[in-house]
Each structure stands twice: as structure tokens, then as C-alpha cells.
Design a protein around this ligand. Structure first.
Ligand code: SF4
Ligand code: SF4
Ligand code: SF4
Length: 579
């Protein structure tokens, strides 16, 4: 296989937000080196991850170059045009679309709906025994059933998908030497083309077609078609209803399937799973046909359909384009479109529960109440995430609450190790965080409170110190304020108050220099340097605590090492390297 999987992640663009993982109904995304990568064997090419990625880091393989190259070859190339085109290009006449496509170099344009009609005719005849029948029309659904609902793989109707049936039909009409390019809203068709290269050469999306039109400065709406600009070998009728939910069912009913058949239309991967999982086929007292489409609303809601425009509007445009012949419709199909579908289980086996428990412990989930199931990691539950850790498809740093707790612990440890008193306060002059050294600076009562309420969170600063004015000023003017030898009771303090979040949060680093007063000149410069370092650390801590960070440990460790030296210097000891 010389083609890459149709969806890939641009690692340099990926922001590690895990939104794609959260939304992927099958968790077919693994996190590797911090980036969300698709596991092709688990993926059904539904395209949800492409649609939800906020920075467009999920890219659909572009096959435009391949299609253009095909047109440069000797063989005639035909378009298999998905019936959803009518909803994508509102107001465009079929003849104009055909004319524009032929200008690109195609020998002719045919409707995939012709293949759909072949499929419906075959399926209508099949529905004659009680039991479950799942449509084979959507390649994403077929992948889903074979991989994840494999007990029902044999229930997929044993016929090609419409595009495969159409490819056979075109080859029957125009000869085996022709080449075929499908154009539609579907990513899964690219996987279908990759797997059936003998029938379908390339699948393009409407987005790729629009790019092509742009590159060629072709506006299909301005085309003036002639009498030869018609669908070949003939126009489709009811098959054009396939891209809307329930459309295939309408065609099967029109073809006179038995009255005893029960029909269910379901769209969206999650909904298909909910509809089928756990179903006992023996409980069905009728032939039950499930029209299952991977995209919600059907192909008109496909991943490469225009995001703008209500589905209802597109549905009406598609329905208006379809022609329902007088009932019952009689179709003689002359093609062999038989295809059998076998199970192809993809979901890995559940990991050993003991290993899952270990993994849970590693991310700080020791008790059931620790399991927040917040989905911050992208998985629905902490246990699913832990199972992914065991499988090696996730990384511990993905658990936001774990990383937060870790960062908090380390920040606290760092605050404790700092040689200065540190306090962070909000706009209401309530303490957000402080270290023990700060509490000890301001009396035994404050120290006592600190012991029962570490960090003094929520305490009023004004009840601890009487020089809150400098904090208010720093807040109000978003300024840094510095006092050298600020006299507080019988002590001398070097104080720097600085902004952490403009007008919202300020921090202060307070160094008691009373003991060093005798060595004032020698020590002043060193003290100032320590304060500077402390400020940047507090800023770093305040900023990093609010983020998901992977390098907290390295950062904090390196800063902490720096403090070991600073403490020594202030105590008059030379720095290691100065010895
Ligand atoms: S949605 Fe996925 S691919 Fe996009 S930025 Fe987030 S993690 Fe990366
Ligand atoms: S295409 Fe669908 S199944 Fe595949 S990774 Fe994306 S969301 Fe998951
Ligand atoms: S519903 Fe249609 S567009 Fe969506 S995956 Fe299936 S065939 Fe493709």
C-alpha cells in the first residue's frame, strides 16, 4: 500500500488539547510524545476528529495531485459524483457542474446514485427472513461493524457499497480501461478506494474539488453547458436520496420490499453503537433493516460537507434533485455486486485489572472518590484512561487533575524552600497562597493558623500585617513596588510587591535583613539578587499552576537547586563554585 492513512496529525500544529480524543467515539487516537496520533487499525474514518480540532491539526490526505496525474494518462477518467453535491452547491444546475468537471479534463460525469439504485434493488430482494440486516452503504459504518460490533459483521447486507457498485456499472458501460474518481463529502471513501484500487482509483472530497476549481479559476456557477453536458450513461432517479438519513429506506420501499420488513434509520457512530450493541438477533420477529450512516444526518452531514448551512436546507436540496419514479419501481440489475463482510476485531483486549489499579495509583487515584471522571484527559472515565496507560496509548501527563496536584505539591515544596517570605493575594486582599516563612515573620498567632491552614488560603492580609497599602497600590497601578529596609516593629524588611495578574493578583517577596544589617553593604546586593530570583519564581509558580505543564518537575527542581545556593550566600557562605 503506497498510500498513507487518509487522516493524519500535523504534530507542529497540534496543541495537545485532547479534544479530538474526547470526541473520537472509538478512542482511536493515541498520545505519543504529547501529540494526538490516529491509530489507523482502530479508526473508522468518520472524520469527527478533523471537524472538532480547534487548530486544524488533523489533516485529510490530499489526493488532488494523484487525480490530476490520472488525467494526464491515456485512459479516460470518469467522475462518480456523490448525490450530496446538490446540497453542497445550492442553485447550481447539474449541467453546469458536469460542464465544469469536464473542463477539468474528465471524460464524463456519472452519478454514484446509479450504484445506489443497484444496491437498493439487490437489498430489497434480500429482506426475506426474520433477522437483522445492516446496510453496507457507508464505508465508515462497515468498518465500525467489522471492527467493533463484529458479532454483526455477517448481518451486513452482502452487496457492494453504492460507489463500488457504480464503479462496476461504469466499467460495464465504458470498458475496464477507464479510470474512476469519486467526488463527495466523505473521508471513509478514501479508505474504500485504497482497499479496492481495482474498482475505484481515487476519492476526492468536495473541499479538494473546490480547491481544484480555484486553481483553474473555474466557477461552476458561470458555466454555460451544452447539450452534451449530461450525466452518463444516464441520469439517476430515486438513488439520489441516499445521502439523507432514511433515504436508502425510501428507495428499498419504493422497490417493493416485503411489507413485513421493519426499517430503522440511524446515523452517527455513537448512535449506531447504541442501536446495535447487545442486540439478540433471535429476538427479532421480522426482517429488520438498519440503514446505518456514520455521519449524523447522513452524508449531507459528512466531514467534508460544507459546515455552513442547516442540514434541513441541504436535505431539501438533495430531495428536490431526486426523481422518484411511479411506484413500485422496477429495476433489473445485471451486475454482480456481491460482497461478503467478515469480522475484523480491532479493539484491544481489556488489560489486567491489577495493572489498571496500579496505573490509577500512579495518577493519584487511590480511592473511588479520587476518580473524577472529568474527561480532561480525553477518556470518558479515569479507568478508561488508566487502561490506555497500561496499553501505552496515553501518557500520565494527560491527567489534568493529577498534573495540577503534582504542580501544587511541588510549588508548595518550593515555596517552603525559599529563603524569603512569600505571599500572593487577590484583589480583595485575601491570601491565595503563602509560605511558612511568611507566616513565621508575622508572629506566633499567624504561625499557629498556618499550621492548621497551610497557605493561609482565604485569610485577610490586613489581619496579619498593617502595611497592605503597598499591595493595594501595586494592584491599582499594576506596578512593582520595592522597599529597602522597611522598618516593621523592631525589624528591617526588604519588600518587593509585584503584579501577577494585572489588577487581580499581586505577590510579595519579603526578606528579613535585620540580622544582616551590620554587613549591610556586603549583603545588600546579594539580598536584592535573591529577591529578584524569588519574584521570577513566584511569577513562574503562579503562571504554571494555572496551566497543564509537563516540565514542572524539571523547572521546579532547577529553581530549588538555585535556592540552596542563595540560602548559603545570604548566610555568608561562598557559592559552591566560588570556593
Ligand atoms: S484536537 Fe487533537 S489534533 Fe487538534 S490540537 Fe487538540 S490534541 Fe491536537
Ligand atoms: S476519524 Fe473518527 S474514528 Fe478515526 S480517529 Fe478520528 S474521530 Fe476517531
Ligand atoms: S455517512 Fe456518508 S459521508 Fe459519512 S462516512 Fe458514511 S458514507 Fe461517508
Amino acid at each position: 500500500m503506497d498510500r498513507l492513512f487518509p487522516i493524519d496529525t500535523m504534530e507542529t500544529t497540534c496543541q495537545d488539547c485532547y479534544k479530538c480524543l474526547r470526541q473520537c467515539p472509538l478512542k482511536a487516537i493515541r498520545i505519543e510524545d504529547g501529540h494526538a496520533k490516529i491509530t489507523p487499525d482502530l479508526c473508522v474514518a468518520c472524520g469527527i476528529c478533523v471537524q472538532v480540532c480547534p487548530v486544524q491539526a488533523k489533516k485529510i490526505r490530499l489526493d488532488l495531485g494523484r487525480a490530476r496525474h490520472l488525467l494526464d494518462q491515456e485512459a479516460e477518467v470518469y467522475v462518480s459524483l456523490a448525490p450530496s453535491w446538490a446540497g453542497e452547491y445550492p442553485g447550481l444546475k447539474a449541467e453546469q457542474m458536469i460542464c465544469a468537471l469536464k473542463r477539468l479534463g474528465f471524460a464524463g460525469v456519472s452519478e454514484t446514485a446509479l450504484g445506489a439504485q443497484e444496491v437498493s434493488a439487490a437489498v430489497a430482494k434480500m429482506l426475506n427472513r426474520n433477522g437483522l440486516y445492516i446496510s453496507s452503504a457507508c464505508p465508515s459504518t462497515v468498518r465500525l461493524v467489522r471492527k467493533y460490533l463484529h458479532d454483526y459483521a455477517a448481518n451486513i447486507t452482502a452487496v457492494h457499497s453504492p460507489v463500488m457498485a457504480h464503479s462496476k456499472l461504469l466499467r460495464q458501460h465504458f470498458g475496464d480501461a477507464i479510470r474512476i474518481v469519486f467526488i463527495g463529502p466523505c473521508i471513509a471513501k478514501k479508505t474504500e478506494a485504497d482497499e479496492h484500487r481495482d474498482l475505484l482509483d481515487i476519492a476526492l472530497t468536495f473541499e479538494e474539488l473546490n480547491d481544484w476549481f480555484r486553481q483553474m479559476k473555474l466557477d461552476p456557477y458561470t458555466m454555460t453547458p451544452d447539450k452534451n453536458d449530461r450525466f452518463v450513461p444516464f441520469s439517476a432517479e430515486e438513488g439520489a436520496l441516499y445521502p439523507v438519513e432514511g433515504g436508502m429506506i425510501t428507495t428499498i420501499q419504493a422497490l417493493g420490499a416485503k411489507d413485513t420488513v421493519r426499517y430503522v434509520a440511524v446515523s452517527g457512530i455513537d448512535n449506531i453503537c447504541k442501536t446495535l450493541k447487545g442486540l439478540e438477533e433471535t429476538s427479532l420477529q421480522h426482517p429488520v433493516f438498519v440503514e446505518a450512516l456514520g455521519c449524523e444526518g447522513g452524508c449531507i452531514g459528512g466531514p467534508c460537507a460544507k459546515a455552513s448551512g442547516a442540514l434541513l436546507g441541504k436535505r431539501i436540496l438533495v430531495e428536490d434533485h431526486a426523481i422518484i419514479p411511479p411506484l413500485p419501481v422496477v429495476r433489473e440489475h445485471t451486475l454482480d455486486i456481491t460482497e461478503t463482510f467478515t469480522p475484523a476485531p480491532a479493539a484491544p483486549p481489556a488489560p489486567d485489572p491489577a495493572l489498571v489499579r496500579d496505573a490509577l495509583r500512579r495518577i493519584g487515584k487511590r480511592l473511588p472518590e479520587d476518580e473524577l471522571n472529568c474527561s480532561g484527559c480525553g477518556y470518558n472515565t479515569c479507568r478508561e484512561f488508566a487502561a490506555a496507560l497500561v496499553r501505552g496509548t496515553a501518557e500520565e501527563t494527560m491527567c489534568v487533575s493529577h498534573m495540577r496536584a503534582l504542580a501544587q505539591k511541588k510549588a508548595n515544596a518550593l515555596l517552603r524552600s525559599m529563603p524569603s517570605g512569600v505571599v500572593i493575594v487577590d484583589a480583595a486582599m485575601h491570601i491565595v497562597e503563602c509560605n511558612e516563612r511568611f507566616a513565621r515573620m508575622f508572629g506566633p498567632e499567624t504561625t499557629e493558623i498556618y499550621e492548621t491552614c497551610p497557605g493561609l488560603k482565604g485569610c485577610s492580609l490586613a489581619k496579619i500585617i498593617d502595611f497592605t497599602d503597598m499591595f493595594r497600590t501595586a494592584l491599582k497601578f499594576d506596578q512593582e513596588i520595592h522597599y529597602d529596609h522597611f522598618r516593621y516593629k523592631n525589624r528591617l524588611l526588604n519588600i518587593t510587591v509585584f503584579s501577577l495578574d494585572p489588577h487581580q493578583v499581586v505577590g510579595a517577596v519579603i526578606l528579613d535583613v535585620t540580622r544582616q544589617e551590620g554587613l549591610r553593604d556586603q549583603i545588600a546586593q546579594q539580598a536584592q539578587e535573591v529577591i529578584r530570583r524569588n519574584i521570577s519564581t513566584v511569577q513562574e509558580i503562579a503562571c504554571r499552576l494555572g496551566e497543564h505543564m509537563a516540565d514542572t518537575e524539571i523547572l521546579l527542581r532547577s529553581i530549588a537547586e538555585g535556592y540552596a545556593c542563595d540560602s548559603g550566600r545570604l548566610a555568608g557562605k561562598p557559592k559552591e563554585k566560588e570556593r
